[in-house]
Design a protein around this ligand. Structure first.
Ligand code: ARG
Length: 586
């Protein structure tokens, strides 16, 4: 079914036509004054001149035409030329009835379903996940769900950072600890040890030490760069060590992402593009795009219309090593060749926008990505601590993501220990994980993706205010009422009756489900779903306090039951779209 706003816009376009304004698409929006009306249309202000009328005259005419239609309870024209609309409850009730019977609550699938790949997560192997990786994972997971919900065929690829300088760092650090290990022998061996020379904690420590060392030790840094280049050229001993880094890192990453309920269909990385890099460079060369610059090979991507500096995109270092841009371009090359993809959506820190702009430009001018192929960069802002600076541990270090999940889960468990209806400790621990992760995800997603935001653990685990647990708790309350009604043998009515004002308000909000999902998907903004879910949850809570469902007549109980069933479905669908689990008890 079409969204409510789309339906209203069609109806208003017809009314404007009847009033003499020829076929323009008329816009309807949510009312900025919900006390006065549900929706408003400001188009008379724009269109009146075309028919030589004052806006208010046109608005009045349109209001008279619309006032005769059953869908509206009231239509009024307001100075200087607004049309204010109030919908009739019967019409909303009918709409909800349809919505109730349809799949996806009537949300219409896209007319143009596409095969899309979402490149997100972007973890770097050898480093453990830190809070900086949260946003990509959480936003990416939600976008995948939203796109899938709209009928697109979507796959997620983690695109591991597994081929860059950090590999050389680890290799050189391992050598410093024990240069006698077989990986460093000059002549290649037939086989290398099967057991990794480190576990995840040791690997992370190696990387951290190497990172610190590289800041003061130029020789070390140069050796690491050399090791990276040799690894990329296929030196067997280094490759064997690299496989260990990959295996140890991946299992740790999988565990961490599982905790967050974030899933990837593909676990490919920068290294997987290595095999096509020579063809890509060749292709750029043949197209006369590749230029020598201080020994390196670059592509000039700047144009005259650029307002910001647009440095050339470096494709190969003087020592022959590939760079971040090379692997990204080569990956686009593979993705356009192999999978019948229509486009790639990247969910990456917004500070990488220049990198992506450069890579996209090379991809376009080299025809690696045809014009119809979508390349979309969704840059997200930083998650900051209460001091407004990037979120840190108490001693100022980078906080591991697993530690953050633990802190927030603990905070949720403490609350459950005070208030929970759950009996066993095990159930409480399970619920605390769902609530903790829900709090974390909601806190992140409820901010517009490209903005920085301040993360406050106490605030976000609260069951009050605009938080994940608040929405989860609303569902729990609904489930509890529904269970009590079922126990009493009440059956849900098959119609909606907006008897009280708060029921009407809730009904109207439920009827706009598709509008919000649509808006969120079109703008790639899960925050819109957070806004909507919070609004519905709040409206339900008002109803909960005003209307004591169980004290009503059987008829009213059954009507309210129907309304609550739909409210539950809407909230659960929103939570699913956000990648958050709903609970039945907490
Ligand atoms: N590994 C990168 C980083 O940590 C992010 C990867 C993003 N995806 C991509 N295709 N470049 O910065």
């Amino acid at each position: 079914m079409k969204t409510l706003l789309d339906d209203l816009s069609t109806i208003l376009t017809m009314a404007f036509e009847e009033a003499g304004v020829s076929s323009r698409s008329i816009e309807v929006s949510y009312s900025r004054r919900p006390d006065l009306c549900d929706f408003q249309c400001n188009s008379a202000l724009k269109c009146a001149a075309s028919i030589h009328k004052e806006p208010i005259e046109l608005a009045q005419k349109v209001a008279t035409i619309l006032g005769k239609q059953e869908i509206f309870l009231e239509v009024t024209a307001q100075n200087p030329g607004f049309v204010n609309l109030k919908l009739s409850s019967d019409w909303i009730a009918e709409r909800l009835k349809q919505m109730n019977q349809m799949e996806r609550l009537g949300y219409k699938l896209s007319d143009n379903p596409q095969n899309l790949l979402v490149d997100f997560g972007g973890a770097n192997v050898a480093k453990s996940l830190h809070v900086g990786h949260l946003r990509s994972a959480v936003i990416g997971e939600s976008l995948i769900r939203m796109l899938y919900f709209s009928g697109h065929n979507v796959i997620g690829d983690i695109h591991l950072g597994d081929w860059g300088l950090q590999m050389g760092y680890v290799i050189e650090m391992v050598r410093l600890k024990d240069a006698d290990l077989p990986y460093f022998e000059e002549t290649e061996l037939d086989g290398y040890p099967e057991q990794a020379p480190f576990d995840i904690a040791e690997l992370t420590a190696l990387y951290t030490q190497a990172n610190i060392k590289s800041k003061s030790d130029e020789t070390f840094k140069a050796k690491a760069a050399q090791a990276t280049a040799e690894l990329q050229k296929g030196r067997k001993g280094y490759l064997a060590l690299w496989h260990h880094i990959m295996a140890v890192s991946k299992s740790d990453l999988k565990r961490n992402y599982d905790h967050l309920q974030v899933h990837f269909d593909l676990w490919l990385g920068e290294s997987d593009s290595q095999e096509v890099i020579p063809s890509v460079l060749n292709h750029l060369d043949e197209m006369k795009l590749l230029v020598e610059s201080e020994g390196a090979k670059v592509v000039h991507v700047g144009t005259e219309s650029d307002k910001k500096p647009m440095p050339p995109c470096i494709m190969q270092k003087a020592n022959g090593a590939a760079l971040y841009a090379t692997t990204d371009l080569a990956t686009i090359y593979q993705r356009t060749l192999d999978q019948k993809l229509d486009g790639i959506i990247y969910v990456v820190d917004k500070r990488q926008d220049l990198h992506f702009e450069q890579v996209f430009r090379v991809a376009r001018t080299s025809h690696i990505a045809p014009p119809s192929f979508k390349l979309k960069f969704i840059g997200f802002g930083t998650m900051n601590g209460l001091d407004g600076k990037p979120f840190k541990t108490r001693d100022g270090g980078t906080m591991a993501l697993s530690d953050l999940v633990e802190i927030i889960t603990k905070s949720a468990l403490e609350k459950l220990e005070k208030y929970s209806q759950l009996d066993s400790q095990d159930e409480k621990v399970q619920a605390a994980l769902k609530i903790g992760v829900g709090a974390l995800k909601f806190a992140d997603l409820s901010n517009q993706s490209d903005k920085d935001y301040v993360f406050d653990i106490d605030q976000f685990t609260s069951f009050e205010g605009k938080t994940g647990p608040y929405i989860q708790y609303a569902v729990v309350r609904i489930v509890s009422i529904l269970n009590k009604l079922s126990e009493k043998g009440v059956k849900a009515a098959e119609y909606f009756n907006g008897e009280t004002a708060i029921e009407k308000t809730l009904m109207l909000k439920l009827a706009t489900f598709s509008d919000w999902v649509n808006m969120a998907t079109e703008t790639y903004q899960p925050s819109k779903i957070c806004d909507y879910a919070f609004d519905v949850a709040q409206t339900f809570n008002t109803l909960y306090h005003e209307v004591h469902v169980l004290k009503n007549s059987v008829k009213r109980q059954s009507e309210l039951m129907n309304l609550l069933c739909l409210t539950r479905e809407v909230l659960e669908e929103c939570l699913w779209l956000l990648g958050i689990e709903a609970l039945e008890k907490m």
